[in-house]
Design a binder for this molecule. Structure first.
Ligand SMILES: NC(=O)c1ccc[n+]([C@@H]2O[C@H](COP(=O)([O-])OP(=O)(O)OC[C@H]3O[C@@H](n4cnc5c(N)ncnc54)[C@H](O)[C@@H]3O)[C@@H](O)[C@H]2O)c1
Length: 503
């Protein structure tokens, strides 16, 4: 294999601090297998002491994934998965990994869809698998059960008769599971965030491109009713040019995170120790990126991110430890600053503000503000509001006619059924229906691997900015320039829509 790539060599400026460095940019041609060690050896850079981390700023991550070479990150796109239509699958055979709080909700949705066969259920804990099996009792679905050890999920992925793997496990397991499943020829749907580190983001992109398997992040907030309506309004020019957007994940989870029995092995609380930034950016970011056609006409350029201190998690740990020795292990830990605010600038000069706070006792909000040259929208605090000028929000009556006018096709088709099924008010069902319908009709997915990587990448990039006094951090282009030609998400439902629903 041969290709050209850019190489960055770091050289410390004489007499300056270690961090004050000079980057030399070289373009070289390489002939190699996709292996980092070979790459360094062949280019002679190993001898120059060039560390992998220099090239992406995340030195320790490449160690976790030695198979991902720097060549891959700097090389061209292998295949454009944006707009990619995989061969039609008449009956989508689905396997589930992770049946804690979230997995069973997707399973429930799948039992309501025509053209779906549930073939496997996997969780580390057998009781969770058995409980999930009860959801398909008295149905035509006869899934095989997998549990009992941490690698049982591989057996599910190894099967030949599986088309799609749903992954609803703790964050650290998403990428290893998704990469393995794609390598075994399966499409994957991963819960949010899809990846934790920059290297993991690239792993997803490169594996999806190489295997031509869909890698969708299950960003359900893109399918909430107000968000879908504003996407449709944006497409029809209601807002004019979009100037600015805001999103957030402000959700009081303090008690749940400290609850021994809520999340498996208290993984979610542990994520909040030693990481400081916006750990959960995708709920707020996904919908506004779709409205702004990010990765499809515009791209995220750079961000700055700021976190305050922790005022609550450390205190909570102390309070609990006073009554229960179990919590002593959680005292005096480096907890994440409670509120993080990240500001992003796009290539077209538009801005996005994203917030994250899951500890302060706030009313739930994802903000969802769209600000354009002709109009604006603001979802939270509920109810959602629209304005056509600067003076006032539309009245309740005017809002109703807006909803009728701008209701997107997917809502007209399955919106009422989705509300009946529930799952965050119906958005989960709309998402699962749409994913299955796209696979069954051989249509591109609304969210591709570049969206999964980009929206997830804001977490590690915000950590990097926070750790450096909110300095600006470049956001990589996972599409490798294809964003200039990629088509916007299809919301017209001109094709497909054939998947039946039985409630
Ligand atoms: N989109 C949303 O609205 C939404 C809502 C909640 C959670 N989530 C996401 O869903 C995912 C799961 O969250 P959750 O709340 O269900 O967590 P959870 O702790 O309740 O469930 C995780 C499950 O994974 C299982 N697991 C752990 N290691 C495993 C292994 N090696 N093999 C198989 N199973 C394993 C655990 O036993 C557990 O049942 C997370 O990514 C979370 O961010 C998304």
């Amino acid at each position: 294999m041969s290709d050209k790539c850019w190489v960055y060599i770091e050289a410390a400026k004489k007499g300056k601090s270690k961090t004050d460095t000079l980057f030399l940019k070289l373009k070289i041609t390489i002939h190699m297998k996709d292996n980092r060690r070979d790459f360094l050896k062949l280019t002679g850079l190993a001898g120059l002491g060039v560390a992998s981390g220099i090239m992406n700023g995340f030195a320790n991550e490449t160690e976790k994934y030695p198979v991902l070479s720097e060549y891959e990150k700097f090389g061209d796109q292998q295949f454009n998965m944006c707009g990619y239509a995989a061969p039609k699958i008449d009956t989508v055979r689905v396997g589930f990994i992770g049946l804690g709080q979230r997995g069973p909700s997707h399973l429930n949705n799948m039992t309501k869809l025509g053209g779906v066969s549930i073939v496997g259920l996997c969780d580390l804990r057998e009781d969770h698998v058995l409980k999930a099996q009860k959801q398909v009792d008295n149905s035509a679905h006869k899934p095989t059960l997998y549990s009992g050890n941490k690698d049982a999920w591989k057996k599910l992925c190894d099967r030949k008769d599986v088309d799609l793997i749903y992954i609803a496990t703790p964050w650290a397991l998403h990428v290893p599971m998704a990469v393995y499943a794609m390598e075994q020829g399966k499409h994957v749907a991963i819960e949010v965030p899809a990846a934790k580190t920059m290297d993991e983001c690239w792993q997803l992109v490169k594996t999806s491109e190489r295997t031509k398997k869909h890698c969708m992040m299950l960003e359900n907030c893109c399918y909430d009713f107000f968000e879908l309506m504003t996407l449709n309004m944006a497409r029809q020019g209601f807002f004019g040019d979009i100037v600015h957007a805001e999103g957030a994940y402000i959700h009081y989870l303090l008690d749940e995170n400290f609850d021994k029995n809520a999340y498996w092995d208290m993984w979610r609380l542990k994520e909040n120790i030693g990481r400081n930034g916006n750990l959960y950016p995708t709920h707020g970011l996904g919908p506004v990126c779709q409205v702004m056609n990010i990765n499809r006409g515009d791209k995220l350029d750079y961000l700055v991110s700021m976190s305050g201190n922790d005022f609550m998690m450390g205190e909570k740990a102390k309070e609990l430890a006073a009554k229960d020795d179990f919590y002593k292990a959680y005292v005096n830990k480096p907890y994440r600053g409670n509120m993080n605010t990240t500001v992003i600038r796009t290539n077209k000069g538009r801005t996005i503000m994203i917030q994250h706070d899951v500890t302060s006792p706030n009313v739930y909000s994802r903000i969802h503000k769209i600000s354009g040259t002709k109009g604006s929208a603001l979802k939270y605090p509920l109810p959602g509001k629209i304005a056509m000028g600067h003076e006032k929000w539309l009245s309740e009556e005017e809002m109703k006619s807006m909803e009728e006018k701008y209701q997107p096709a997917i809502v007209k088709k399955v919106g009422e059924m989705a509300k009946q099924v529930g799952g965050h008010g119906g958005m989960d069902f709309l998402m699962d229906w749409r994913l299955i319908d796209c696979l069954r009709n051989g249509l591109p997915l609304d969210q591709d691997v570049y969206d999964a990587a980009l929206w997830s990448a804001i977490a590690p990039l915000s950590e990097k900015s926070v750790a450096n006094r909110s300095t600006s951090v470049d956001i990589p282009d996972f599409t490798k320039g294809a964003w200039k030609q990629n088509m916007p998400v299809d919301i017209l439902l001109e094709r497909g829509g054939t998947t039946t629903v039985k409630i």
